[in-house]
Design a protein around this ligand. Structure first.
Ligand SMILES: Nc1ncnc2c1ncn2[C@@H]1O[C@H](COP(=O)(O)OP(=O)(O)O)[C@@H](O)[C@H]1O
Ligand SMILES: [Mg+2]
Length: 339
């Protein structure tokens, strides 16, 4: 009997192609409206101070999820964008997808959950003054933490403290954060969480808390093996079975089919789970050029090959909303703050 690693290696050698579903043809969307680049000089990122909230005697502290009050309708779709291997295109996908979804009439907020890396800031050439953990300060409101970035991209920096929020914050602090963050629902139809790579604890929290997970990989064998490890972790951690694949940096559609075929077959065989693909993105030098200029590809070259792929992906993500929002944004927060 072959072990899983041997099977996976064989699959990656292109021996199988089960013709798993691919996204539809690329729609021809209009250009991205022009906006100005905000050039801000980069300084070292501030380390957020986590201060003890003053004791409020009469304050109600929820002990269970059922006790946490609802502050808004809680209908934002929460999608975690994750990968097994680093550097496969998560942040570029998150930022460009936010623009593409915005063009389709969706209000999108990105949570930069690649903690300590401030990737979204770097790609947009912006600097966020506050991170999520600054909400613990009385004088910092949600509006101060949401960056209204260029090209219509809004985002919140997770900040390095967020990683340990569930363990290091008191119940009062967690409740306080929850109350402030819950309002994000009113600002967004879709919340994209850009996570770190790999299966560290914070990524596990994000992928189990989000209603949907987009797993991005490239055709590189190491990226595929790591994507498989992520699929395996997800299948044991989450009962939602709501994982969608994106294959980035493919040379053509055929290559994406091979990757999707091998991963979906392995998932079916070893994890007894179905994995669908929500799209692929072609290898495109324009992406590199955009990153170097610190502009999103969809702002710089919306009609580039990769740009069209991302617009097509946005369509597929919107069309694929068969399942109702399960936990939504507030459910996401409850999970990450362990209520
Ligand atoms: N479709 C693509 N074609 C060419 N280069 C790409 C493509 N997607 C991503 N890249 C390159 O890969 C690098 C890493 O992308 P990034 O989004 O920062 O990855 P991650 O967030 O997963 O670490 C970027 O420098 C980008 O230029
Ligand atoms: Mg990143």
């Amino acid at each position: 009997m072959e072990d899983q690693a041997t099977q996976l290696r064989r699959l990656m050698e292109g021996k199988y192609n089960n013709g798993a579903s691919l996204p539809k043809t690329m729609p021809n969307l209009g250009p991205v409206p022009e906006t100005k680049t905000v050039a801000v000089e980069k300084e070292p990122l501030p380390v957020p101070e986590v201060k003890e909230e003053k004791e409020k005697k009469e304050e109600f502290i929820p002990r269970t999820a059922a006790e946490v009050p609802s502050y808004s309708r809680g209908t934002a779709r929460t999608i975690a964008i994750t990968s097994g291997k680093g550097g496969v295109g998560k942040t570029n996908l998150a930022v460009n997808l936010a623009i593409a979804l915005g063009q389709l009439g969706q209000r999108v907020v990105i949570i930069d959950g690649d903690l300590g890396m401030a990737n979204v800031d770097i790609l947009l050439n912006t600097e966020s003054k506050h991170s999520m953990m600054d909400l613990l300060r009385e004088n910092v409101a949600l509006e101060d933490v949401i960056v209204r970035g260029p090209y219509g991209v809004s985002y919140i920096s997770g900040g390095s403290g967020m990683e340990h929020a569930a363990d290091t914050c008191t119940p009062q602090q967690r409740n306080y954060l929850f109350q402030k963050l819950a309002g994000c629902d009113e600002w967004a139809d879709i919340i994209l969480v850009d996570t770190s790579a790999g299966i560290g604890q914070n990524v596990r929290d994000f992928i189990t808390a989000a209603d949907e997970v987009v797993l991005i990989t490239t055709p590189e064998p190491t990226a595929i093996t790591d994507a498989y490890a992520m699929m395996k972790a997800y299948s044991t951690l989450s009962s939602k079975n709501n994982l969608k694949l994106v294959v980035n940096r493919v040379f053509d559609e055929k290559e994406s089919k091979e990757v999707i075929g091998s991963l979906s077959q392995t998932a079916r065989k070893f994890l007894n789970t179905r994995v669908d693909c929500v799209g692929y993105i072609l290898e495109d030098r324009n992406m590199l050029g955009a990153v170097r200029k610190r502009m999103p590809l969809l702002a710089m070259q919306p009609d580039s090959m990769a740009g069209k792929c991302i617009k097509s992906l946005a369509h597929n993500i919107l069309e694929g909303r068969h399942d109702k929002v399960q936990l939504g944004w507030q459910g996401f927060l409850r999970k990450i703050f362990r209520f």
